[in-house]
Design a protein around this ligand. Structure first.
Ligand code: BLA
Length: 312
């Protein structure tokens, strides 16, 4: 059997299937065109031979950027009962979809980091506008999606304390969970991914184009703020640096994963997040200024925010 060392179950638990599903479903509804960023990153190679990167990016009507990165790190091939088996040491999925600024659509966000010990997962339709302070936005997009969140609250339970700053980028239907990397959990995650992605596609299908200059500018800036946050503070960055080196990791983050961070707006990280400004004007390297909080799910069944920072 594979996984003698308790490794992540093998090929059956790949995240490739997630990507195939999403692209297939998207193609049923719209036509995908390769994004210019695909050229440089499609055949990105890791420092180690056992680690494979797959990067794909597209645009489509209404969709500014649909991009996917998977990383698979395999253990050395073993002969076992005459069958060559491969242990997965690490699997990563980073899948996101960003609309054109003419639409205020949430950002589809699926991130999973799986090691033999556990899977760290964030799956969400990240709101363009903070749903605690923008009730209209919450009503518009999440009211009808609350049943989706309820479907998974027990199967994919809240992952415990989390970087507090992240919460502003999450919606009331977010799945934030830490799982044992079993085939069963992988199956549940696949089901949640497909449900959430189909929900996003449906929103995309019916979204109507904003025509007012001000509204479009506001959407663009909100997306730029999100990109700026993630390009600077994404938890995956140290690992990317280790796998492909600092310079390529930086390019991957700014030109592929969070493409638009250098073109959708001109504000800097500390313009958006002044609490990170150090006296000399540089960005504080800490991931979080507030620390971790929210031991339990901080939204109620109606999507109302019920978490308070003082519960830390
Ligand atoms: C950990 N990734 C995490 C954590 C979160 C996320 C919440 C737990 C640590 C924490 O509380 O910050 C993901 N955080 C997000 C997402 C948003 C956010 C999606 O704010 C969106 C707004 N993860 C990846 C990729 C890699 C990766 C591509 O998505 C690697 C290439 C790795 N994530 C990774 C690792 C950890 C992690 C190694 C654990 C280490 C750590 O906590 O620093």
């Amino acid at each position: 059997m594979s996984g003698g060392g308790g490794g992540v179950p093998g090929a059956g638990c790949s995240y490739q299937k997630f990507v195939h599903f999403a692209l297939e479903q998207t193609r049923l509804r719209t036509s995908l065109t390769p994004h210019p960023s695909q050229g440089k990153f499609k055949s990105i190679r890791a420092n180690e031979d056992n680690t494979v990167f797959s990067a794909l990016s597209f645009t489509a009507p209404k969709i500014r950027l649909l991009r996917s990165l998977t990383i698979e790190q395999k253990n050395s091939v073993q002969a076992d009962l005459l069958v060559l088996m491969v242990d997965m040491m690490m699997q990563v999925l980073d899948f996101a979809a960003f609309s054109e600024p003419e639409y205020d659509l949430p950002i589809f966000c699926a991130n999973a980091f799986t090691s033999p010990a556990r899977s760290i997962v964030v799956l969400d339709l990240n709101p363009l506008y903070d749903t605690t302070t923008n009730k209209d936005y919450r009503e518009k997009y999440y009211r009808n999606l609350m049943p989706l969140a309820h479907k998974y609250t027990e199967l994919l339970p809240w992952g415990g304390k989390i970087t507090s700053e992240s919460l502003k980028f999450f919606s009331p239907i977010v799945i934030w969970t830490i799982l044992e990397p079993t085939e069963t959990n992988h199956g549940i995650l696949y089901s949640a991914f497909t449900d959430y992605y189909k929900a996003w596609l449906e929103l995309m299908d019916v979204a109507s184009r904003e025509t007012g200059r001000e509204a479009i500018d506001r959407n663009r800036e909100a997306q730029h703020k999100y990109l700026t946050w993630r390009a600077e503070k994404d938890p995956g960055y140290p690992l990317l640096k280790k796998l492909i080196g600092e310079s390529l990791a930086k390019d991957l983050v700014t030109e592929f994963l969070f493409e638009g961070v250098n073109s959708l707006g001109t504000k800097s990280f500390v313009d958006y997040f002044p609490e990170y400004a150090r006296d000399d004007g540089t960005v504080n390297k800490k991931r979080s200024m507030m620390g971790k909080s929210f031991e339990t799910r901080p939204w109620d069944a109606h999507g109302e925010f019920v978490g308070y920072a003082d519960e830390r």
